[in-house]
Structures are given as structure tokens and as C-alpha cells.
Design a protein around this ligand. Structure first.
Ligand SMILES: Nc1ncnc2c1ncn2[C@@H]1O[C@H](COP(=O)(O)OP(=O)(O)OP(=O)(O)O)[C@@H](O)[C@H]1O
Length: 234
């Protein structure tokens, strides 16, 4: 089963066509990068795949179902560029939010998913149970353990971005759509983010990253390039 299918998608914003006849398929749990200049349409395509917007024309499917309305974050999660944390909740509470919303809160230490489990044999949409990145505590992996009990509003922008990344990965989704996940990170923390992306892919998530960051492009299995809303190559 294809994890992400974008069929003949065009999208117009404020009278301007920002995506033009985009078609792509991603059918494995790999790290895929959506690259392109500022304004090329990366975030728009991320939002369409994460199901928070609908295209002006064409179809977007995730795990074989329409992407919109946005399904459970165990199917497709989103790290938006503007993060969208709840500033009043702690870092830990923000990370746990997707699990709380589906009444299944994993403990702070997560269990490894059974080795052969993939999206093809899991319940789709909605993977079975609140699994997470194999044997990783996302708080520790992303350098958030020491600030887990602090309100998100009292943390740095880089910490907030890593919190939003952990929130996107906590349910070990079939597809994680990550918009510029290294934008606010220094070199040391970029490596933590790259390790988390690799671990998520290894654990069975298709990680789709919109980025300009060559360090992310360097670890990608697939690079999709957008130029003025059109696909250059897949
Ligand atoms: N809310 C909006 N209303 C109208 N036009 C928008 C809106 N958001 C984005 N656009 C336009 O859509 C086009 C694509 O924007 P998008 O944010 O998808 O690009 P991007 O490749 O993600 O850019 P960046 O790398 O700077 O984040 C741009 O021309 C932008 O000006």
C-alpha cells in the first residue's frame, strides 16, 4: 500500500497558483525530503498531506484514505513551521498530547514495536496502540528530559521546536510530516534531530521533511524538489 499518494494536485492561495499539477507516490517507510526555494510550495504540500488543508484540485491519500479531514496522529502527524504548542502545558504534556487525545497515554519510557510490524500489517488508518520510536525516550533523545516539567512558554525556540518534533513522533505514526525541523537548532541539536528522524524511519515511519538544510538532505533516501509549485524530480 502506498503511504502517500498525491494525484494531479494544484492549489491556489490568494489568487495565485502555488502548487501546479503535482503527482507523487511514497510507498515505503523511508526518509523523504521535500526541497525547494522559499515560496516554492513545500509547506503547502506538507499541509495537504497532513490533511489540515484540501487542494483546490486533485487528490491526496495517506495510507490509502483521503488525507482530509486530518486522521489520528498515529496515521499522519505534523510538525508545523509555527510549532503550534500549547504554551501553558509543560514540555512533557505537549509531547503526550496526541496520546492523551486518543485516551492512550504511553509511559515516559516507550516500548519497542514488534520487529516486523509495518504499516502494511498494522491497522490502517490508526496503528495498533501507542507505540513510539523503538527503545527511545524521545525526551532524552531530543535533549528535553531536563525541561520536561517546564511550561513550553518558558523554553527556548529550539527547545519548543524539538518538543513539537517529539509530539509528532510520539505515536510512531505511519507518516510524519515535518516542516523545517532543524530551522531553530544549533549544530549539536541538529544531530539529535537527525538521529530522531533516522530512528523513526527505522521503526517504520515514513518521515517526510520539508527543508533547505543540506544536512537533512544528506540523510534522505528520496529527495523531491519543488520549483515554483511544480515538481522537478522524484
Ligand atoms: N496564507 C497564505 N495566503 C496566501 N498565500 C500564501 C499563504 N501561505 C503561503 N502563501 C504563498 O504560497 C506560496 C508557497 O508558500 P509555502 O509556504 O508553501 O512555501 P515554502 O516553500 O514552504 O516556503 P518557505 O521555505 O519560505 O517556508 C508562496 O508564494 C506564499 O507566498
Amino acid at each position: 500500500m502506498a503511504l502517500v499518494e498525491v494525484h494531479d494536485v494544484s492549489h491556489t492561495r490568494a489568487g495565485t497558483r502555488v502548487l501546479d499539477d503535482v503527482t507523487l507516490t511514497l510507498d515505503q517507510a523511508t526518509t523523504a525530503v521535500l526541497a525547494g526555494r522559499s515560496g516554492s510550495g513545500k509547506s503547502t504540500l506538507c499541509h495537504l498531506i497532513a490533511g489540515v488543508m484540501t487542494p483546490s484540485s486533485g487528490r491526496v491519500l495517506v495510507a490509502g484514505r483521503p488525507a482530509h479531514p486530518a486522521p489520528d496522529w498515529a496515521v499522519v502527524s505534523l510538525l508545523p513551521q509555527r510549532l503550534a504548542l500549547d504554551p501553558t502545558l509543560t514540555v512533557a504534556e505537549n509531547i503526550e498530547l496526541p496520546a492523551r487525545l486518543r485516551n492512550a497515554v504511553p509511559g515516559p519510557r516507550v516500548r519497542e514495536r514488534s520487529g516486523s510490524s509495518t504499516v502494511a500489517d498494522a491497522e490502517v488508518p490508526g496503528r495498533s496502540g501507542p507505540s513510539a520510536v523503538a527503545e527511545l525516550d524521545l525526551r532524552e533523545c531530543l535533549g528535553l528530559a531536563a525541561i520536561a516539567d517546564r511550561p513550553a512558554r518558558d523554553t527556548s525556540l529550539g527547545e519548543q521546536q524539538r518538543t513539537a518534533l517529539a509530539r509528532a513522533l510520539i505515536l510512531s505514526p505511519a507518516v510524519a510530516v515535518l516542516d523545517e525541523p532543524t530551522a531553530h537548532q544549533d549544530d549539536e541539536h541538529v544531530h539529535l534531530v537527525l538521529d530522531a528522524l533516522t530512528a523513526a524511519t527505522t521503526a517504520g515511519t515514513l518521515v517526510l521533511v520539508a527543508t533547505h538544510d543540506q544536512r537533512v538532505i544528506d540523510i534522505a533516501d528520496t529527495v523531491i524538489r519543488l520549483h515554483s509549485g511544480r515538481l522537478e524530480s522524484a
